[in-house]
Design a protein around this ligand. Structure first.
Ligand code: SF4
Length: 449
């Protein structure tokens, strides 16, 4: 089928072309290439058709359909429409979505003040489990401390006024320990602000589950085990709580289905060596429960590496993660965050915390608020007073964003923080920072796209 040129070219190199035997050849092909000067005549090719017409009869009608000879190999220049479609990425777990917020990007480029696109926030400073990978421990957990209800609702309304697009109740403490969670998401929906949460799922108030499913964009269950034993080990919570959680998730999925709510329900595993052997069990559990996704992320460590994360360890789990991803179906995405998990494949420089940008520009786009109501540019900087913007119990968020202190802190971050040594490894703003850095440092000749 394929006309091969000589095995070796005139320079002694092995060569092979894929020109089909029946392809029309150009009779004045130009100068000799490294192969030869045998060139397909593309003009003649466009008149050749690989199609034949075949009559087809259906009931009392007869028509002709085009038949392509399927024994033909896949060859270029047939222009018969798509031969392949790339799989659409349903969720973007391993990247950013800044291209959908270019109005804010332009405001930033012009040096204007603007509201964050998204805010991650804790609603409490404590938790009912004790996960062995918990980053919040380095953020000073304090039992009983939480944002007060009236303050939280006022803040939500301020976010609506400012044009904040979304709030993730994803922060230092467990959000379901704050009873105002349910009213907050209802209020946010009324204010035009999307909400989501990450929870251990054990204390969900099932009488108010509908408020969550109706108003939230997604509910992410933090679960890093697929068996009761693994659950007890990683979350340091009794094995029976694993069964309770599984029932809660089953219940959420059932209500969503019965009522036709759109809320995405997913599972997230924080990958550490202690749960490598739980990955497949959890991937199978997610499929059985009917959740929308199971995402597996790297464990974020502090600037002092207090969690002892070693990216080399992730090399041992590649096959397991690939096996888990193969359990995906059209309605169930299993995905590992390879960009972060594969950090061990970076050069030693990047592997040990040096970043691919020098300045943190991302915090005005994505801010973080601690579960005690204190507003900071980012979670790894909680409790660093120099970067405290204010307390929602003392000042409205609207006034903060409009005020000078807020912008002075963001400027201080950009001017004074050395992201290569002062920052937690793989922080939340990392993907955004890379994007903004590229934008702020264009190469020459940008018009030659
Ligand atoms: S790069 Fe540093 S300052 Fe910026 S968000 Fe991440 S941890 Fe915070």
């Amino acid at each position: 089928m394929t006309r091969s040129t000589r095995d070796k070219n005139r320079f002694g190199q092995h060569i092979q072309t894929d020109i089909p035997d029946d392809a029309p050849l150009a009779d004045r092909p130009g100068h000799k290439l490294r192969t030869s000067n045998t060139i397909v005549d593309r003009q003649a090719l466009s008149n050749q058709s690989k199609e034949t017409l075949q009559p087809v009869t259906f009931e009392d009608q007869t028509g002709f359909i085009r038949m392509v000879d399927e024994t033909e190999p896949e060859i270029p220049n047939q222009f018969t429409g798509p031969s392949f479609r790339n799989k659409k990425e349903k969720f973007r777990f391993d990247g950013h979505k800044m291209l959908h917020h270019l109005d804010r990007v332009q405001a930033w480029q012009k040096g204007e003040r603007f509201a964050p696109v998204h805010i991650d926030m804790g609603l409490t400073k404590f938790c009912n489990t004790a996960c062995i990978y918990c980053y919040a421990v380095v953020q000073n957990m304090t039992r009983g401390v939480m944002i007060q209800r009236d303050v939280l609702l006022r803040y939500i309304e301020d976010c609506g006024k400012l044009g904040v697009k979304s709030i993730g109740f994803i922060g230092d403490g467990e959000p379901t320990l704050n009873p105002a969670l349910y009213d907050a998401t209802v209020r946010a929906n009324k204010c035009g602000v999307d909400t989501a949460m990450a929870t251990n799922g054990l204390l969900l108030d099932m009488d108010r589950a509908e408020d969550l499913l109706k108003n939230m964009t997604f509910i992410r269950i933090n679960l890093s085990a697929g068996t009761p034993k693994g659950f007890q080990k990683v979350h340091q919570s009794p094995e029976k709580n694993f069964d309770l959680l599984v029932e809660n998730i089953r219940h959420l999925v059932r209500i969503r289905q019965e009522k036709g709510y759109k809320c995405t329900i997913g599972l997230q595993m924080v990958l550490i060596p202690e749960c490598f052997d739980e990955v497949i069990a959890e991937a199978e559990l997610g499929a059985e429960l009917g959740v929308d996704y199971f995402v597996i992320k790297q464990c974020a460590d502090s600037e002092y590496r207090e969690l002892g994360v070693c990216y080399e360890d992730y090399r041992n789990v590649t096959e397991i993660l690939q096996h888990a991803e193969a359990l995906s179906t059209p309605n169930y995405v299993v995905q590992a965050k390879w960009n972060k998990i594969s950090a061990a494949d970076e050069t030693p420089l990047y592997r040990h915390g040096v970043r691919k940008y020098d300045v943190c520009y991302g915090t005005p786009f994505l801010s973080q608020i601690s579960g005690n109501g204190k507003v900071y540019p980012c979670g790894p900087f909680y409790n660093k007073d120099r970067f405290l913007i204010g307390d929602l119990h003392e000042e409205s968020f609207y006034d903060m964003v409009m005020g000078d202190r807020y912008w002075a802190v963001h400027d201080d971050i950009a001017r004074s923080v050395d992201v290569h040594k002062d920052c937690a490894i793989g922080c939340r703003q990392d993907y955004i920072n890379k994007f903004l850095w590229d934008l702020a440092n264009p190469p020459d000749h940008v018009n030659f796209i």
